[in-house]
Write a protein that binds this ligand. Structure first.
Ligand code: AGP
Length: 611
C-alpha cells in the first residue's frame, strides 16, 4: 500500500521520481505527489487520481521542477482521508520547509495531532501522515539536525511506517526510516536512491541495502549513514539485486497481466529447476530447514495467507493431506490473528504471500513464531519482511509480478506446494510418487497448449462480458480453483462473481439461477467428476447459461453445456495448476473487452501492508 521514492544526486530528480512512481504504481494509485527543491525552496506538486494527472502537472512545470537534483515522491492508497489533492503526499509543516512521504498507518495520530495543534501546528489534511511533518519540524526546531529530528519523531510515533523526509535548510539530504513497512536504499555513483520496492531502483542501480525496522538512513549524493533508533551506528549490508530491468517491461503484450499469464510455463520450469531433477530421484528442498525427525513427527500444519495466496494454500491443504497424511488447517491471516490458535512445537506454520509484505500474514506468522512453531514462508519476494523472518524460506521464483491481479505467482505457489508435499511424503516414506513427478515435469507443455487456444476463450469472454453475475462451481481440489476464477473475474472486471462447492449450490445459491446467470463448472476427470456433472444438470434445469472447463472428451457434455473450454488431460491432483490458466484468461479478456484498467483495478493495491 502506497509507494515511496527518493532521489539525491546530480540528475534531474523529477525524471527519476516519476519513473520510480510509475514502477510502484501497483502499490496504490488513487493520488500522487512529489516534493523537490527549487532555488533553495521546498515545493510540492500533487494530484488526485491516477499518476497520469501528476505527470500532466509535471509536464506543464517541467522547466522549473527539473532544476532540482533532490526529491521525494509518493503514490497513495488511501487509509486516512479521501484521495484528494489535500490528502495526497508529500505533507508539510506550518513553515513549509519540511516534506514527508509515508507508507503505513500512524496509530496514535489523534493524540499527536491534538498535542501538535495545541502547540500551534495547523493541519491541512485528514491524513495521519501530516502529524509526522509537524513533529519532525518541531524536533528540527529543537535540534537543527534532520536525522536527529526524524529519530526523535519516530520515538513518539506508534504504528507502521516507511517514510522519507527532506528539509529546506538541509540541502541535498534525505532522511528515511521504517517500521513494519518495506524500504530499500539504492547506492549509486554520486547519487543515492530510496524506495518502497526494487522496481523503482533497478534501472539505475543493482547495489542495494534493505533497511531493517527502526533503522534511520541519511542519504546525500556521496554518502549513506545508518543508525538505529537509539542513535547507535549500524553496519551497512549492501547486496546485489537479482532482478533485471526487462522484468518490468510489457514485452509487447497489451497488459502486464497478459504477459504474466504467458510466463507461466517458464515459471513452472523455474520453480522445478534444481528441485525436481528426475522422476526416480527424491525432491531436493534444501530450503526446508526443519529437522527430518521433527518433520516426521509433525502433528499438524497450519497455513495462513490472504486473497489469491489463500486459494493456493487451500490447494496446498489437499495436496499435503493426500500425499503426507498430516492434518492441515487453512485460514485467512486476518481471521487467524484474532482468535485463540492452538500451536506448539509440533505444528508447522506455513505463510504464503506473493509480496511477503501483507500485514495480516506478517502478524499471523509472528504470532505463531512466538508460540514456538517452525515458520515456513512461500513467497515470490526473497527480499521481503516475511522472508527475513522465516525459519524455512521457499522462494517461488516467478519474477516480479506487476499486475495487481496475481497470476504467475499463484501457479508458482501451487508448484511449490507440490514440491513441499512430495518432499515431506518422501521424508516420511509414503510411497512412490513418480507419476506425479512426471506430470509436473510435462506441465509447462500443457499450459502452453492452453495458451495456444486463447482465442477460443477470448470468444467466450465476449459472449459473457455483459453478465452482471457469474458463478463458478467445483468440488474437491478444484474448489479453490473456482474461488480463484471468481476472484480474478471480480477484481478486474467488477462482475459479481462467486465460487461455490458444486454440492452447496442446491442449498441456497440455486435460487439465483435463471437464463441470465452464467455457471462455469470445473469438471476435471477424477473422483468428483460425476458428482459435478449432476450438479451441473441441476443448474441447467434452472436455465442457467452453462460453461464447462474440462479435460474430458465426453460427447455428453455438448448437450449440457453452451460452451466448453477443453484443456489437456491431467491427473486430478495436479489439475488446479492447469485449470486456473483458462480462468485467468477468461477474466482478462472479459475485463479487456469491457475496457477496464486491467493492471490497476479500482480500489486495490498489489501489496496490502495495512491490517
Ligand atoms: C490477487 O489477485 C489479489 N490482488 C490479492 O488477493 C492478493 O493475493 C492478496 O492481497 C495477498 O497478497 P500477497 O500474496 O502478496 O500476500
Amino acid at each position: 500500500m502506497c509507494g515511496i521514492v527518493g532521489y539525491v544526486g546530480n540528475k534531474k530528480a523529477v525524471d527519476i521520481l516519476i519513473d520510480g512512481l510509475t514502477s510502484l504504481e501497483y502499490r496504490g494509485y488513487d493520488s500522487s505527489g512529489i516534493a523537490v527543491n527549487i532555488d533553495g525552496k521546498v515545493e510540492l506538486f500533487k494530484a488526485a487520481g491516477k499518476l497520469q494527472n501528476l505527470k500532466n502537472i509535471v509536464e506543464k512545470n517541467y522547466n522549473e521542477i527539473s532544476k532540482s537534483t533532490i526529491g521525494i515522491g509518493h503514490i497513495r492508497w488511501a487509509t486516512h482521508g479521501a484521495p484528494t489533492v489535500e490528502n495526497a503526499h508529500p505533507h508539510s509543516c506550518n513553515c513549509g520547509k519540511v516534506a514527508v512521504v509515508h507508507n503505513g498507518i500512524i496509530e496514535n495520530f489523534k493524540d499527536l495531532k491534538e498535542r501538535l495543534e495545541k502547540n500551534g501546528c495547523t493541519f491541512r489534511s485528514q491524513t495521519d501522515t501530516e502529524t509526522i511533518a509537524h513533529l519532525v519540524a518541531t524536533k528540527f526546531g529543537e535540534t537543527h539536525n534532520l536525522t536527529e529530528a526524524v529519530r526523535l519523531a519516530t520515538r513518539e510515533i506508534e504504528g507502521a511506517y516507511a517514510l522519507c523526509v527532506i528539509h529546506q535548510d538541509v540541502p541535498n539530504t534525505i532522511v528515511a526510516t521504517r517500521r513494519n513497512a518495506p524500504l530499500v536504499v539504492g547506492l549509486g555513483e554520486g547519487e543515492n536512491f530510496v524506495a518502497s520496492d526494487v522496481p523503482a531502483l533497478i534501472q539505475y542501480t543493482k547495489k542495494a541495502m534493505y533497511l531493517e525496522d527502526n533503522q534511520i538512513v541519511t542519504l546525500t549524493p556521496d554518502s549513506i549513514k545508518l543508525i538505529d533508533i537509539d542513535n547507535n551506528k549500524v553496519e551497512q549490508k549492501v547486496e546485489t539485486l537479482p532482478w533485471e530491468p526487462v522484468a518490468l517491461s510489457k514485452m509487447g503484450y497489451k497488459h502486464f497481466m497478459l504477459k504474466e499469464i504467458h510466463e507461466q510455463p517458464d515459471v513452472v520450469r523455474n520453480v522445478l529447476s534444481g528441485k525436481l531433477r528426475a522422476i526416480d530421484e527424491n525432491v531436493v528442498l534444501k530450503e526446508v530447514t526443519l529437522d527430518k525427525e521433527k518433520l516426521k513427527n509433525l502433528s499438524r500444519i497450519q497455513i495462513v495467507a490472504c486473497g489469491t495466496s489463500l486459494h493456493a494454500a487451500m490447494v496446498g491443504k489437499y495436496i499435503i493431506e493426500e500425499l503426507c497424511e498430516i492434518p492441515v488447517d487453512v485460514e485467512p491471516s486476518s481471521e487467524y490473528i484474532y482468535r485463540k490458535t492452538i500451536t506448539d512445537k509440533n505444528t508447522l506454520v506455513i505463510g504464503v504471500s506473493q509480496s511477503g509484505e501483507t500485514a495480516d500474514t506478517i502478524t499471523a506468522i509472528r504470532q505463531a513464531k512466538s508460540k514456538g512453531s517452525h515458520i515456513l514462508i512461500i513467497t515470490n519476494r526473497p527480499d521481503s519482511t516475511m522472508a527475513r523472518e522465516a525459519d524455512s524460506l521457499v522462494p517461488v521464483n516467478a519474477g516480479i509480478e506487476v499486475s495487481v491481479a496475481a497470476t504467475k505467482s499463484y501457479t508458482a505457489q501451487l508448484i511449490s506446494f507440490y514440491l513441499i508435499a512430495i518432499y515431506m511424503a518422501e521424508v516420511k516414506g509414503m510411497g512412490d510418487l513418480s507419476d506425479l513427478k512426471h506430470e509436473l515435469i510435462i506441465l509447462p507443455q500443457k499450459i502452453e497448449k492452453v495458451l495456444a487456444h486463447k482465442e477460443d476463450i477470448q470468444r467466450y469472454a465476449k459472449a459473457f462480458a455483459n453478465s452482471k453475475d457469474f458463478i463458478f462451481i467445483a468440488r474437491g481440489i478444484n474448489y479453490p480453483t473456482a474461488l480463484e476464477g471468481a476472484l480474478k473475474l471480480k477484481e478486474i472486471s467488477y462482475i459479481n462473481a462467486t465460487g461455490y462447492t458444486a454440492g452447496e449450490l442446491k442449498h441456497g445459491p440455486i435460487a439465483m439461477l435463471d437464463e441470465s446467470m452464467p455457471v462455469l463448472s470445473i469438471l476435471m476427470s477424477g473422483k468428483v467428476y460425476d458428482k459435478i456433472l449432476s450438479n451441473s444438470e441441476e443448474a441447467k434445469a434452472r436455465n442457467a447459461r452453462m460453461i464447462a472447463l474440462t479435460d474430458s472428451m465426453d460427447d455428453k457434455l455438448n448437450e449440457l453445456f453452451d460452451c466448453i473450454i477443453r484443456i489437456p488431460k491431467i491427473s486430478e491432483i495436479l489439475s488446479p495448476a492447469l485449470a486456473v490458466v483458462p480462468l485467468q484468461l477468461l477474466a482478462y479478456y472479459i475485463a479487456e473487452f469491457l475496457g477496464k484498467d486491467v493492471d490497476q483495478p479500482r480500489n486495490l493495491a498489489k501489496s496490502v501492508t495495512v491490517e
